[in-house]
Each structure stands twice: as C-alpha cells, then as structure tokens.
Design a protein. Structure first.
Length: 227
C-alpha cells in the first residue's frame, strides 16, 4: 500500500469517527446531511499544518483572522435549513469552502460570497480539485447578498451579524429559510428565520461564537480589534 493511500484511509477513518461521535450522537439525524459529512474530506479545506486536527471537535484557523467552523455547528446549521435537492442556496462567508461543499451535496446550486480575495481563490481551487461543480464562489460584500441570483430558497450566514441584514431578508423567497448568528462580538445566538406570506418569524437554537460579518449591513470594520 502506498503512503498516500494509507493517509487517505486514515483520514476516512477519522471522518467516520467525527460523523459518529461529534454529529450523530449530538442529535443530527438527517441521512443526507450525515452522508455529506461522510463524503466531503474536511482535511482538504484546512491549511497543511492543521490537517492532523481536521476531524477534531473544534474550529480551526484558515488564515486572515478566519476559521473553519466546528463540525457539529456546520452540521446543525445545515440540517436546520431542511434543504431540497432542487433548491438554490446562498452562503455568506465562504471561508475555506467546506460549508459550501457540504451544501453542494444537498441542493441544486450554491452561491457563496467571500470578502477576502485569497480565501476566494483557495476555496475555488479546493472545490475544483474535488470536482464539485454546482458551487459558484464570488468575491464581494456578502452582507448585502448576491442580488443577481435572488431569490433564494435558503440563506446561510457563517459570520456573526449585529442584526439580521435587511438586504438578505429581501433576497429570501416565499417559504424560505435563513440561518445566522446574531449578537455581540464575543457572544451570539444562532437564529433560524422563516418567511411565510411575506412575514418573518424566527427561533433561537443555541448560543455560539463566530467571526464577525464585516460589510455594509454587518460590522463596518472588524470589531475584535476594538476590544
């Protein structure tokens, strides 16, 4: 057996353990979501020096002050949207591209927005290497969404907003769902919003801590430097 084969097999075993112990045992039951986490190689979305830690129950740095989220949080947010295979999803905050890759297994198309140009290029490269073809990555201010492809059946915001961006609410289709962390710099609540008959309702899921959403309808600048 070649060393590269052994390495990928070891990562696969770690991935199966992650799904079993971190995700399924904590209440995520959607078979499509579990299958996506079983198939998508999280270690391909982290810097080389963190690959050995890729399947641990924790977020990891990906450079530029950003992180790849804890696997359970990615799974929880994904399951909460109840995606349909014919739906188009908007993701705000591409980061490494891992969340977009997970979403790609569950819907028809993913539009994902990232404000840091090098992360855009990194995500594009990884997604291309993995032959994931239904994800489009754009370099833009995600806090105002991506009007060209709107409306969206679901929107996922993977950065913390001080309030729900109005532009993103307008880009949600009737019957659509939006999940995002809302709150202060070091503490937020994960909220699931739904649009029904033109009105919005929401429920709070769990407390979380995400990197800030910076942009026109987020934080004007990174608030972590002001603490």
């Amino acid at each position: 057996m070649r060393n590269s084969d052994y390495t990928e097999e070891r990562f696969r075993e770690m991935r199966l353990g992650m799904v079993r112990d971190q995700i399924k045992r904590r209440g995520v039951v959607d078979e499509g979501v579990l299958e996506a986490f079983t198939v998508i190689p999280r270690h391909r979305f982290v810097p080389d020096q963190y690959r050995e830690q890729a399947y641990q129950d924790a977020p990891l740095p990906i450079g530029y002050g950003q992180t790849i989220s804890q696997p359970f949080i990615v799974a929880l947010m994904t399951e909460s949207l109840h995606l349909g295979e014919n739906e188009t999803v908007l993701e705000v905050g591409t980061g490494s591209g891992y969340q977009a890759a997970i979403l790609s297994r569950l819907c028809a198309r993913v539009i994902t927005i990232e404000r840091i140009s090098q992360l855009v290029e990194n995500a594009k490269t990884t997604l291309q290497e993995l032959e994931i073809k239904n994800v489009s990555v754009y370099h833009a201010d995600g806090s105002v969404g991506w009007l060209a492809e709107a409306p969206y059946a679901a929107i996922m915001i993977t950065a913390a907003a001080p309030q729900v961006p109005h532009a993103l609410k307008k880009q949600l289709s009737e019957g659509g769902r939006m999940i995002l962390p809302v709150g202060r710099v070091r503490y937020q609540e994960l909220q699931l919003w739904k649009k029904e008959q033109g009105s919005f309702t929401y429920e709070t899921i769990i407390p979380v801590v995400f990197v800030p959403l910076i942009g026109d309808q987020g934080w004007e600048e990174d608030p972590r430097g002001m603490l």
